[in-house]
Design a protein around this ligand. Structure first.
Ligand code: AMP
Length: 371
């Protein structure tokens, strides 16, 4: 029996395990929290992500190791890779952990990305704002996600406070992009270089947290899908990537600007469990196990709605035809992703009705589906 080791025991690892079992694999994982969402599902090694003993134990029990979040220390991934295959390659972590490196990587691959300036001092910030203009977004380079560690700067008198409020001084400044919408492209690549791309997904955030994904994204010209696939394949090939990867994009008219890489399965791909021929989780498992990849085509129109901070009336949601519930076994806390529901339908109009009904039950007015 092949054992997949996962660094991290959150909901992404949980859904990955659920997809890996039917393929004949077992799962072990490393997480510091004894009550991680994967706890009841797989063999746990409890330890910090830089605990050498725990990392060695994971390497020892696993045939292949993967990770379910991108802030795994690169040195930890490299340590495991001395003993056992690690997919995606640890180099992908390095690129995604630092926004300056990430954007430089996009530039090197000639993938359009927002302009940026490295900021290490208040003086740099003033010079950066003079160069890029306002409004602009000031972000930490490392270790922040879900919109944390960012400030939108609108007036010159905000610079000093924003600079001092951020948790460290290695920052990046970007122009505030007036995008038409946010999209993501997910793709999977096998060790033999074979790859498959999912259709573009439309994403809606609030307070920097993903609330809703619509897949396939409505009104996508075939050229835009082709462009996204070209970009994601450049990234996959450049990294010699194995597994699923997501790129978050800003659509500005018929252009795509790459904002971020997630070298892992991604929240905006949860719809694939019900809505695609092969889910992102199954395809990630197939890729890292060296199995043939499955089709990434959409089977239905899908909407995914996240439960953030509190759970809705789940039995009311289940009364909606073809609603599929996913709870992550996490204690409620403000801003925390506790679960999601996916609505699917054969046509866009039926989907819209189902999604509106679900949004009312989740009682988050901002998730109202009508666009
Ligand atoms: P990030 O942590 O870079 O994914 O940013 C979180 C969210 O902030 C994104 O999904 C966008 O909604 C918004 N955002 C980030 N960067 C920019 C930007 N340069 N211009 C406009 N909005 C941005």
């Amino acid at each position: 029996m092949t054992i997949i080791g996962i660094v991290g025991g959150g909901q992404l690892g949980r859904m990955l395990a659920l997809a890996a079992y039917p393929l004949g694999a077992r799962v072990a994982f490393l997480d510091p929290a004894p009550d991680a969402p994967m706890s009841y599902l797989a063999q746990q090694i409890t330890g910090a992500y830089d605990d050498e003993l725990a990392l060695d134990m994971l390497a020892q029990v696993s045939d292949v190791v993967t990770y379910e979040f991108e802030n795994v220390p690169v040195t930890s991934a490299e340590r495991i890779a001395q003993h056992v295959r690690v997919y995606p390659p640890p180099a992908a972590l390095g690129v995604s952990q630092d926004r300056v490196e990430e954007k430089s990587f996009f530039r090197a691959l000639e993938i359009p990305t927002p302009q940026f300036v490295e900021i290490d001092s208040l003086w740099d910030l003033e010079a950066g704002v003079a160069q890029l203009g306002l409004p602009a977004v000031l972000k930490t380079r490392r270790l922040c996600y879900d919109g944390k560690g960012q400030f939108v700067l609108r007036r010159p008198d905000q610079l000093e406070n924003a600079f001092r409020a951020l948790p460290n001084t290695r920052l990046i400044l970007e122009p505030f992009v007036l995008f038409d919408r946010e999209l993501s492209i997910l793709a999977v690549r096998g060790a033999d270089g074979d790859s498959a791309c999912y259709p573009l997904v439309e994403n809606h955030h609030r307070e920097g947290i993903l609330r809703k994904s619509i897949a396939p994204a409505p009104d996508i010209a075939p050229q835009l899908q082709d462009l996204a696939q070209d970009y994601v394949r450049r990234v996959l090939d450049a990294l010699g990537y194995v597994g699923v990867l997501a790129i978050e994009l800003f659509q500005v008219r018929d252009q795509l600007l790459a904002n971020e890489i997630a070298p892992r399965v991604h929240n905006s791909g949860h719809w694939t469990i019900e809505g695609a021929a092969t889910s992102q989780f199954e395809n990630h498992a197939r890729a890292i196990l060296g199995l043939p990849l499955g089709s990434a085509d959409a089977r239905f129109h899908s909407v995914m709605l996240n439960f953030i901070g509190a759970l809705p009336d789940t039995s009311a949601l289940l009364q909606i035809p073809d609603a599929r519930l996913h709870l992550y076994d996490k204690a409620p806390r403000a801003g925390r992703k506790l679960g999601h529901v996916t609505l699917v339908a054969n046509d866009a109009q039926t989907l819209l009705e189902r999604a509106d009904r679900a949004a009312r039950i989740i009682s988050l007015e901002h998730t109202t589906f009508s666009r």
